[in-house]
Design a protein around this ligand. Structure first.
Ligand SMILES: Cc1cc2nc3c(=O)[nH]c(=O)nc-3n(C[C@H](O)[C@H](O)[C@H](O)COP(=O)(O)OP(=O)(O)OC[C@H]3O[C@@H](n4cnc5c(N)ncnc54)[C@H](O)[C@@H]3O)c2cc1C
Length: 457
């Protein structure tokens, strides 16, 4: 009698039942290991149930719209000869002889450190073992560490994946090299930039108030130190959402240190080797340094340093008229800086519809930004305490000295030092980790999320 594998619904976190939203395969079909069989959906999350092994789908035991719960058998698969079958301890799949074997007796209690026996219910929520918000690596456990899901990078891509996995009852380790969790978005991206934009909007409203019949006798008086202080206060106020304490409360272990894959199912962090069943790479991106002659000779700003400015620059050069360059150029112009925005293509926001970009362009010009599009032959050099910019724009030569230069000319994915080669994850230094439309990398156990694999950066 041929052996088949029962595929069961795994732990579904806090939900009693979830709905079958998609049937992705049909009986008789040959399927690959890890191929998704069905999609489950709740109001909070969706989840695909993968095949534990390659083989032929003998039966699909669920229907579209059916509500299922943990342990429901959804499919029978006849494994291909020579395939490994489900991995040990994988509680969602059980090897059975046809007809199906009776349910096993409840197992005797296992010693605390014994691996989970096959067929035993998985833990609903992992107990945190280490939480290191700003603590160093001496807080790491000495023993080898195993987890269902290891996530590398605690920015929006990584922590969202970690939250979801923990929510679904998986044990999760989140690895972050920076003691300040939250990634670019919280620390040097969306949050601080939106705080500056809000202050800039207030300045513009005062500037324009007279048009509406509102007299503001003193006019605009920007206190840059107060603006930056407000930004830091808001950022700190929000940071508890992305804090180690919050992750700990959700059962997620946080490891502070750079993660590097060291084997097919292992990742090293701070001298410790962690073992995972699945991993998510969410290491984000950083400001790209464009090949502009002289740029490496000057102290220019990027998103990582611009939010630490203590003085409003009287003259600011901005290289790159993408969203980051435009929003910061406009904010600083509204604060009173003389801003030169340099873009190598024609117009601004090259990825957006021209109609939309033109609206932003008109606003920038209204705010006094000098826009130098089709910038060619750009060169940068030091000039006293400032920076000299030479370029050609629309057949005119420009020679400008600015106090600060912000470079916002694209993002470069953080693929270095991750040991991606050792786990067969393909990547490109410019476009990042290669993923399919389900964010799976070329290693089926490893996924990627966020800027590391985004076509939008
Ligand atoms: C100025 C600015 C404004 C922005 N405004 C917006 C906005 O308004 N709206 C919006 O949607 N997006 C905005 N973005 C983009 C947004 O910040 C990013 O898309 C988002 O942060 C990407 O999240 P992520 O998790 O992929 O990466 P990141 O936020 O970059 O996080 C990656 C994390 O991985 C860590 N890491 C890297 N390598 C390792 C390693 N080997 N081991 C462990 N940890 C590692 C990093 O330290 C980092 O914490 C803005 C960006 C900038 C720069």
């Amino acid at each position: 009698m041929s052996a088949t594998i029962e595929v069961r619904i795994p732990n579904i976190g806090d939900f009693d039942t979830v709905e079958v939203a998609e049937l992705l395969v049909s009986p008789g079909q040959r399927i690959e290991a890890e191929q998704s069989l069905i999609t489950l959906e709740s109001d909070k999350a969706s989840m695909e149930i993968p095949a534990p092994t390659a083989g032929v789908l003998r039966e699909l035991r669920v229907e579209l719209g059916q509500f299922v719960n943990e342990g429901t058998v959804i499919a029978l698969i006849e494994p291909e000869l020579g395939t490994a079958g489900p991995t040990e301890g994988d509680v969602t799949h059980r090897l059975v002889e046809e007809p199906a074997a009776p349910e096993p007796e409840a197992p005797a209690p296992a010693p605390p450190d014994a691996p989970a026996p096959q067929g035993a219910p998985p833990p609903t929520m992992a107990t945190p073992k280490t939480v290191s918000p700003v603590l160093a690596l001496d807080a790491l456990p000495a023993a080898d560490h195993t987890t269902d899901v290891a996530v590398v990078g605690a920015g929006p891509g990584g922590y969202t994946a970690a939250f979801r996995a923990a929510d679904l009852g998986k044990s999760v380790i989140l690895i972050e090299r920076d003691a300040a969790l939250g990634g670019v978005c919280l620390n040097v991206g969306c949050i601080p930039s939106k705080a500056l934009i809000r202050a800039a909007r207030a300045a513009a409203a005062v500037r324009d108030a007279a048009q509406f019949g509102v007299e503001v006798p003193g006019g605009v008086n920007v206190n840059f130190a107060n603006i930056m202080e407000r930004m830091r206060r808001l950022r700190a106020g929000i940071s508890h959402h992305d804090s180690a304490a919050r992750f700990r409360d959700l059962g997620i272990d946080v490891f502070i240190g750079g993660g590097c894959f060291s084997g097919p199912d292992t990742i090293d962090v701070g001298g410790q080797t962690l073992q995972f069943k699945r991993a998510v790479i969410a290491t984000g991106a950083r400001a790209l340094a464009p090949p502009i002659p002289g740029l490496d000779q000057v102290d220019y700003l990027t998103n990582e340093t611009v939010f630490s400015l203590t003085e409003l620059p009287a003259k600011l050069g901005v290289i790159g008229a993408g969203p980051i360059g435009c929003e910061l150029a406009q904010s600083f112009a509204r604060f009173g800086s003389e801003v030169y925005l340099i873009e190598s293509t024609h117009g601004i926001l090259p990825r957006e519809d021209t109609d939309a970009a033109d609206i932003v362009k008109a606003a920038l010009l209204r705010d006094g930004v000098t826009l130098l599009c089709c910038g060619r032959k750009t060169e940068v050099s030091r000039e006293g305490n400032g920076i000299r910019l030479k370029l050609e724009s629309h057949d005119e030569d420009y020679d400008i000295v600015v106090d600060q230069l912000l470079v916002a000319a694209g993002r470069s994915p953080n693929v270095e030092g991750l040991g991606l080669e050792s786990v067969g994850v393909e990547y490109d230094a410019r476009t990042g980790v290669k993923v399919d439309d389900r964010l799976r990398t070329t290693n089926p156990r490893i996924f990627a999320a966020g800027d590391i694999c985004s076509t939008m950066i």
